[in-house]
Design a binder for this molecule. Structure first.
Ligand code: CA
Length: 233
């Protein structure tokens, strides 16, 4: 059975182009051009027509697409990728904190969108079974069961906090994780304002696993948002 995507987008040209591209990749796409249409489809979903992923535009004719996030979350665990023309960083953080799995700022390439969809689906699928516990990419091996990290066969020694931070990024590999999420999950909810902690510890991690910490390959900065671990190969 093909993967069902609900595309919520009012731009006709873009909607058509996305439907074609996604269709070519074998996805089954249902379209909604407004909040009210999307709400109707989500309500219908409860009757057994479930979607596997949502692509959500924010600027819709009858309101802000953001208001659908909560509804999509309640409807199930299908990932939501926000597709927005707004490059505002505050709103990116709010979207991730509000339950979006990822976001793309327009204009974006179809290749980039397809890659993000694959990551979101893989991540969500692996969460349903068991968290991804083994990361392998370009000589970096992270085993979250054995708590072992090697870089080109050489053991990387981390402090407990560095390890917890890296493990958190690995569990969401390929997806942006906000400073607040990292602070809440690694240090605890009382540390939400201490963004200097993430910067400091990311710097330490990069010094240990990146060939060139100033031009990182594995732990990427999402400016104003947080960090993204490069997806595993
Ligand atoms: Ca729009």
């Amino acid at each position: 059975m093909s993967i069902r995507i609900l595309l919520i987008e009012d731009d006709r040209e873009l909607g058509k182009a996305l439907r074609n591209s996604l269709g070519t990749e074998g996805y089954s796409v249902t379209s909604a051009a407004s909040l009210s249409e999307a709400r109707a489809l989500l309500a219908n979903q409860a009757a057994g027509h479930s979607f596997d992923l949502y692509l959500l535009d924010l600027g819709l004719p009858d309101g802000d697409g953001k208001s659908l996030l909560e509804l999509a979350r309640k409807a199930g665990s299908a990932p939501v990728i926000v597709v927005s023309a707004r490059p505002n960083e505050d709103s990116k953080i709010q979207l991730l904190d509000a339950g979006a799995d990822d976001y793309l700022v327009k204009p974006f390439s179809v290749g980039e969108l397809l890659a993000r969809i694959r990551v979101a689906l893989r991540h969500r699928g692996s969460v349903a079974q068991a968290a991804t516990l083994l990361y392998q990419r370009d000589g970096l091996n992270i085993d979250l069961v054995k708590r072992e990290i090697t870089l080109h066969g050489v053991e990387v020694k981390l402090t407990p906090t560095e390890y917890e931070l890296l493990a958190r990024l690995v569990r969401s590999a390929g997806q942006a994780v906000s400073h607040r999420q990292l602070l809440a999950d690694v240090w605890g909810p009382e540390y939400l304002e201490h963004t200097q902690y993430t910067r400091l510890y990311i710097g330490q991690l990069r010094a240990k696993i990146e060939k060139n910490p100033a031009d990182p390959h594995f732990i990427l900065t999402e400016t104003g948002v947080g960090y993204r671990m490069l997806a595993a190969s």
